[in-house]
Design a protein around this ligand. Structure first.
Ligand code: ZN
Length: 148
């Protein structure tokens, strides 16, 4: 089995809010929530009672500013299929329809996985890569649907 989602063992810092030392997830999973996130070793704070979701130095992304659920946090937001890049089932459906049944999102996730940019084992509550889930959902779109 190829190793999906390996994260680097760079030095981890405590969350500026709660002091929990979470895994380094890098910049890619932060960008969907904070488009102008600076590049760096962003970390995920997995402490469920802390409102910080990502942090880099004193920069933080909290539960109010994420666009979807992340890991076990911000559960009041939409639950994405791909937790690393915040793709929801609706995003997948739109992308699938817009590209004549080819999922560019799936291709982009695959590329990101190949580049080691995802962190599914930390951000997906199920602790594994989302590609199987993405594939399963895409399969449900493949049924003939009336063109409206
Ligand atoms: Zn925290």
């Amino acid at each position: 089995m190829s190793s999906c989602c390996g994260t680097t063992e760079a030095s981890a810092h405590p969350c500026p809010q709660c002091g929990h030392v979470g895994p380094i997830v890098g910049t890619a999973p932060v960008r969907p929530h904070l488009p102008d996130a600076v590049d760096g070793d962003w970390q995920h704070c997995a402490n469920e009672s802390c409102e910080v979701i990502f942090h880099l130095g004193m920069d933080t992304v909290d539960m109010d500013s994420v666009s979807t659920q992340v890991g076990l946090k911000a559960t009041d937001k939409e639950t994405p299929v791909c937790f690393c890049f915040a793709h929801t089932a609706d995003d997948l459906a739109e992308d699938y329809a817009a590209n004549n049944g080819v999922s560019e999102i799936k291709a982009s996730i695959k590329a990101a996985v190949a580049n080691g940019q995802c962190a599914c084992e930390h951000l997906n509550p199920r602790g594994k890569c989302c590609l199987a889930d993405v594939h399963r959902i895409l399969t449900t779109f493949a049924r003939p649907t009336p063109v409206s």
